[in-house]
Ligand binder design. Structure first.
Ligand SMILES: [Zn+2]
Ligand SMILES: [Zn+2]
Length: 308
């Protein structure tokens, strides 16, 4: 299934929606790392990814094939895979992940450079604003609900990569360690989306994920241990607690919106969007701006600055 890289894919009526496609694309630990190097360093050759990541031939080949099928990468010659416009469109999402790790993760490690905005010269963090009214936007400022192609079953990817964990400990601290635990697999990514759409109690999460209770309990423990959800109630029994997004969890809003906006832009259901997000009386479309000068950021005007 090869899509023209510069046009959105049309989704079938009643099948996986834009959310499922976004999760099915980015909610994989290896894919996050592969895309990070492609977007940050222009990595395009399998040999270079293998030099940068402790990844096997077979796993790298499966991820490159999957990203090719999704129209995110395209082969260039025999040994290169270049980002398509659809792939380049993932930079706000990756930038949001990066910035969240820098700000919130415990010990992001020396492998995570700071970011400089070339237009103003400042070290910056991206600020999520509304494209319509230019105001900074926090989760409490918007209303989100399923749109015409939205529902929980349609928002969970049916086809998924065989899960081969990259092993958080063996990779050390620098490779987006906390983001990988939170969005590096489809159950966790769906759980984060459920929390953003108002899930609080164990049965809410279980119904929305359609996952076994042990999986839900395990993910709720991870999210609580990372301080993204705060459990209230009987802490020894996950199923009797309620869970609220903490400040650290709410700070993931640009990550969630980055993935959602990308999915809706590039995977279009004929019935309409999967999730409708409104800011006041207008639709919310996120725009990342520089914390230093307030100008809109673009992939070309930001550069990593190694930490000494
Ligand atoms: Zn607005
Ligand atoms: Zn700036």
């Amino acid at each position: 299934m090869i899509h023209p890289p510069d046009r959105p894919s049309l989704l079938g009526v009643g099948g996986d929606n834009a959310v499922a496609h976004a999760i099915g694309t980015v909610a994989d630990e290896w894919t996050l790392l592969i895309l990070r190097h492609a977007l940050r360093d222009g990595t395009s050759r399998p040999a270079d990814w293998q030099r940068l990541l402790p990844i096997s031939n077979a796993v790298l080949a499966s991820r490159l094939r999957h990203l090719g099928d999704l129209g995110v990468l395209e082969p260039r010659g025999r040994r290169e895979f270049a980002l398509t416009p659809r792939g380049v469109g993932l930079w706000p999402f990756l930038l949001a992940v990066w910035s969240w790790e820098l700000t919130w993760a415990d010990g992001p490690g020396p492998d995570l450079p700071l970011l400089r905005h070339l237009d103003c010269g400042e070290l910056f963090t991206p600020v999520q604003t509304c494209r319509g009214c230019a105001e900074p936007v926090a989760p409490r400022d918007v209303r989100a609900a399923f749109g015409p192609s939205g529902s929980w079953p349609r928002s969970t990817p049916t086809a998924t990569l065989r899960r081969r964990s990259s092993g958080s400990t063996s990779l050390g601290g620098g490779f987006f360690p906390e983001s990988r635990a939170l969005i590096g697999n489809r159950w966790s990514a769906t759980m984060l989306g459920a929390a953003y759409l108002g899930a609080r109690r164990f049965p809410d999460f279980q119904r929305r994920l359609g996952a076994p209770a042990t999986v839900v309990a395990d993910r709720l423990r991870t999210f609580s241990a990372l301080g993204v959800l705060s459990p209230v109630g009987d802490l020894d029994h996950a199923e009797r607690s309620t869970y609220r997004l903490t400040d650290k969890g709410r700070a993931l809003f640009p990550v969630v919106m980055g993935a959602l906006t990308w999915g809706e832009r590039w995977f279009v259901a004929p019935e309409g969007p999967a999730v409708v997000v409104e800011h006041g009386d207008h639709p919310f479309e996120p725009l990342l701006v520089c914390s230093g000068c307030g100008d809109a950021l673009s992939g070309r005007t930001i550069t990593p600055v190694p930490v000494d």
